[in-house]
Design a protein around this ligand. Structure first.
Ligand code: 3PG
Length: 201
């Protein structure tokens, strides 16, 4: 999983409810080189959107986000997700991901949460909510403490600071929704934003 993320280290975190819109936006992002997509399970049609995107763009690495119930792991695996992301973690989520052999990225923000994941053998962790948990400066401090842990910070990251995160030695990739805001951005705006990201990563 880490290698796929290293190849395209900015992961759009997408909340879709309309299948057609989800396909149009995903096409733009993938064409521009953002080939790792996280679709959150926060809308009634999120699963249908994921299913359509997986079918239409087999070259992309499509994962599901906001996994908070263990049953969701098998559901998203069955519709073709290649990874699953949670804002936090519990032992039942971790055990279920292991049982079904799903690439699983659980979240942590405090030292105790990070240590707890280390105890579960998880050395690639989502740092959530990055912006409200000390940002890249906190991750920089964690690099000296948790030398073996690699992070995917997510939450509150934007155009202004994503490169600061990517420059850290303990950051493999990061997630964010800033490149897609369907309320304020046209498809053209999304393409321009995606291009501006891929031109520097
Ligand atoms: C999320 O869970 O929505 C992600 O962390 C994205 O956060 P963002 O919208 O602040 O980028």
């Amino acid at each position: 999983m880490i290698n796929e993320f290293k190849n395209s280290p900015v992961i759009p975190v997408l909340t879709f409810n309309d299948v057609n819109e989800s396909l149009k936006i995903s096409e733009i992002l993938i064409q521009e080189g953002l080939t790792n997509l996280e679709i959150t399970l926060r809308t009634p049609n999120a699963m249908s959107c994921i299913e359509a995107i997986v079918k239409e763009f087999p070259m992309a690495n499509v994962g599901a986000g906001t996994i908070i119930k263990k049953e969701q792991l098998l559901q998203v695996q069955n519709i073709g997700c290649t990874f699953a992301v949670s804002p936090g973690a519990t032992s039942s989520l971790i055990q279920e991901a292991k049982r079904i052999d799903m690439n699983y990225l659980p979240g942590a923000s405090t030292p105790s949460e990070i240590i707890s994941l280390i105890e579960d053998g998880i050395f690639f962790q989502k740092f959530f909510h990055a912006g409200n948990s000390g940002g890249y400066k906190m991750l920089q401090a964690y690099a000296n403490i948790f030398e073996e842990v690699q992070f995917c910070p997510t939450g509150g990251i934007g155009q202004k600071d994503f490169q600061d995160y990517l420059n850290l030695k303990n950051v493999v990739c990061l997630g964010g929704s800033w490149m897609v805001n369907t309320k304020t951005m046209s498809l053209n705006d999304i393409q321009i934003e995606a291009k501006s990201i891929t031109s520097v990563i």
